[in-house]
Design a protein around this ligand. Structure first.
Ligand SMILES: Nc1ncnc2c1ncn2[C@@H]1O[C@H](COP(=O)(O)OP(=O)(O)OP(=O)(O)O)[C@@H](O)[C@H]1O
Ligand SMILES: [Mg+2]
Length: 190
């Protein structure tokens, strides 16, 4: 199979498609290591913006157990978060401070009181620079801004996942272009 630039696409290479104005990349993760590889590449895409004081919103969609937290953990590790990375299921948000920027990992699964949005300071967190990763964004619909990236994770087998990465802002275009490149085989220079 040939890609847009005439390159040969492997089974693991993402396919660049188009949905209206919003570009979309589709990929298959055969296992958690493919999830880790994707998260690591996305972290490298986002790092310059974050280190320059920018702000990035990523929403994660998919059913219970799809891999939203797992993907986020791999991304946070790749950005330099050390130690245990707790799931924010009960606290709604877990914040990680990295040199130069903060990461806020939200899980709105149990969020049902819009007053908490104000009381817990979520409005301020969403108005600050840094990275926000949001699981179950539909549970806070109407309060959340449109994300830069929307990631949909669909389980297709025990460890197989069909993944769609939507670019919803202008800032996302170069990240999608970079993510559309086939991954470098391990051990070879980028
Ligand atoms: N290809 C894969 N990608 C990601 N996770 C995988 C994959 N294959 C298996 N898994 C496993 O699936 C589980 C995903 O759980 P995780 O907590 O990340 O899901 P979640 O989408 O965050 O669920 P929830 O909606 O409950 O928060 C983990 O145990 C992980 O090891
Ligand atoms: Mg989760």
């Amino acid at each position: 199979m040939r890609g847009m630039r005439g390159e040969t696409l492997t089974m693991h290479a993402p396919i660049l498609a188009s949905e209206g104005f919003a570009p979309v990349i589709e990929a298959q993760w055969a296992s958690e290591s493919a999830c880790c590889e994707w998260a690591t590449r996305l972290a490298a895409c986002l790092r310059p913006t974050l280190e320059q004081g920018g702000s990035v919103d990523v929403s994660l969609d998919g059913p219970l157990g799809a891999g939203k937290t797992t993907f986020t953990r791999h991304l946070l590790r790749a950005l330099g978060v050390a130690g245990r990375i707790k799931s924010p299921s009960y606290a709604v948000v877990e914040t990680h401070e990295l040199p130069g920027f903060a990461v806020h990992h939200f899980d709105f699964y149990r969020f049902n009181d819009p007053q908490e949005w104000e009381d817990a300071g979520f409005r301020d967190l969403f108005a600050s620079p840094g990275l926000r990763l949001t699981e179950w964004p539909d549970k806070a619909a109407g309060l959340l801004p449109t994300p830069d990236l929307k990631i949909e994770i669909e389980p297709v087998s025990d460890t197989g996942r069909r993944v769609r990465l939507h670019g919803l802002s202008r800032a996302a275009a170069p990240w999608l272009e970079a993510m559309a490149q086939p991954a470098q085989p391990l051990g070879e220079p980028a």
